[in-house]
Design a protein around this ligand. Structure first.
Ligand SMILES: *Cc1c(COP(=O)(O)O)cnc(C)c1O
Length: 396
């Protein structure tokens, strides 16, 4: 099997698994218990908080463990909204191509009377700090813009956007789920007030993540319960998962350059090969991108059919967001960068990691043109285009 869907989830590393085992087999006490056995788990948790903070240039007091990226996004946005509302601020700035954990939370706030302004991400999938500066108003409660896009891999000028927000005293949250462990993060230098990350996107376990919130930001509880996470997130901490995520994050952050160097080589060949397919277009920015994320649209095919036929050839890929598969709408990300519906339907996202090989690339480059050619061959629409009865949307 060739796994090229690392943006959906990653294989857990041996290091992450081994970091979890002692907290399932030996130190399995409840960190809230007062006896020594429970306190050992509490000590591990405190240490994990320090280690995660060190990876982000943060202080341990700003690290809150959550059930994943989605929960962290929800809590960050709802907290900023509530804090803003108290001061009469009900304007929130974001983009149309955020993850659904962000977009659906914003939709909920819209029903509560918030004004949500989604900035244009342009064809390359990038927002400029100037756009953000222009959009900020006196009643802006929050700017939330993702670090790296999960479908097309474009990377935002986070530090510059953060600087604009800081200057205008507006809270800035970034969904860094795709960036964490793959691109450098320093919440101080990058002027980030709140940040979300998720364990399973960098070879850690699923169902665990982090919300970073700068000191002084009032957090609203999404999960009510006990006094865990300094009263901001009820529920017994998932100690094994937190330890696994911490080990995975440290490992990923220590090898960012080395991993990206390897991934970039594979990427270059993939992009070069896929570009040769006629009537295709690459999505995302050519300069500011996540090395492992490669997105293309092929005119005249359905992304879903392409994925099924690739699966037959042992290749795991995606048409975009895992969250939208199963629905017939084209990806909201591809529509946000201005791809016409018909083109957006024929999307392919390959997200590779340091575990992929040159042989994987060989096989992908053999399979994709074959499958695209086959699907076009059986399409009546494509026949019409070849016969000149319909126009091509993408150049040869
Ligand atoms: C995967 C992902 C999430 C959701 O994280 P979970 O831990 O799966 O809830 C949020 N944002 C982005 C950009 C993602 O890629």
């Amino acid at each position: 099997m060739i796994y090229a869907d690392n943006a959906a989830t990653t294989q857990m590393s041996r290091k992450a698994i081994e970091a979890m085992l002692p907290y399932m087999e030996e130190v399995w006490g409840n960190p809230s218990s007062l006896y020594v056995f429970g306190q050992k788990a509490k000590e591990a948790l405190d240490e994990a908080r320090e280690r995660v903070a060190a990876c982000l240039g943060a202080s341990a007091g700003g690290i809150y463990f959550t059930s994943g990226g989605s929960e962290a996004d929800n809590q960050a946005i709802l907290s900023a909204a509530k804090a803003g509302e108290k001061k009469g601020k009900k304007h929130i700035i974001s983009t149309a191509f955020e993850h659904h954990a962000v977009l659906h939370t914003l939709e909920k706030l819209k029903k509560d009377g918030f004004e949500i302004e989604l900035l244009d991400v342009h064809e390359n999938g990038i927002v400029s700090p100037e756009q953000v500066a222009k959009a900020i108003r006196d009643d802006t409660a929050l700017v939330t813009i993702m670090y790296a896009n999960n479908e097309i891999g474009s990377v935002q000028p986070i530090a510059e956007i953060g600087a604009v927000c800081r200057e205008r005293r507006v809270l800035f949250h970034t969904d860094a789920v795709q960036a964490a462990g793959h691109l450098p993060i320093d919440v101080q230098k990058q002027n980030i007030d709140m940040l979300s990350l998720s364990g399973h996107k960098f070879h850690g376990p699923k169902g665990v993540g982090v919300l970073y919130a700068r000191k002084g930001i009032p957090l609203t509880n999404v999960i009510e319960g006990g006094a865990q996470e300094r009263g901001k997130r009820g529920g017994t901490e998932n100690v094994p998962a937190i330890m696994g995520m911490t080990a995975a994050l440290e490992d990923a952050c220590a090898h960012i350059e080395e991993n990206n160097e390897k991934i970039l080589k594979l990427r270059e060949r993939l992009v070069e090969g896929l570009t040769k397919i006629p009537h295709s277009v690459q999505n995302g920015d050519r300069e500011h991108f996540l090395p492992g994320t490669i997105s293309f649209c092929f005119e005249g095919i359905e992304g879903e059919s392409l994925l099924l036929l690739l699966d037959d050839k042992g290749i795991c890929a995606s048409s975009g967001s895992a969250c939208t598969s199963g629905s017939l709408d084209p990806s909201h990300v591809l529509l946000a960068i201005g791809r016409p519906h018909e083109v957006a339907h024929g999307s392919l996202r390959l997200s590779i990691g340091e575990n992929n090989t040159e042989e994987d690339v060989d096989q992908i480059l053999k399979a994709v043109p074959e499958v695209v050619g086959y699907l076009r061959g059986i399409s009546p629409l494509w026949k019409d285009k070849l016969a000149g009865k319909r126009e091509f949307l993408l150049p040869e």
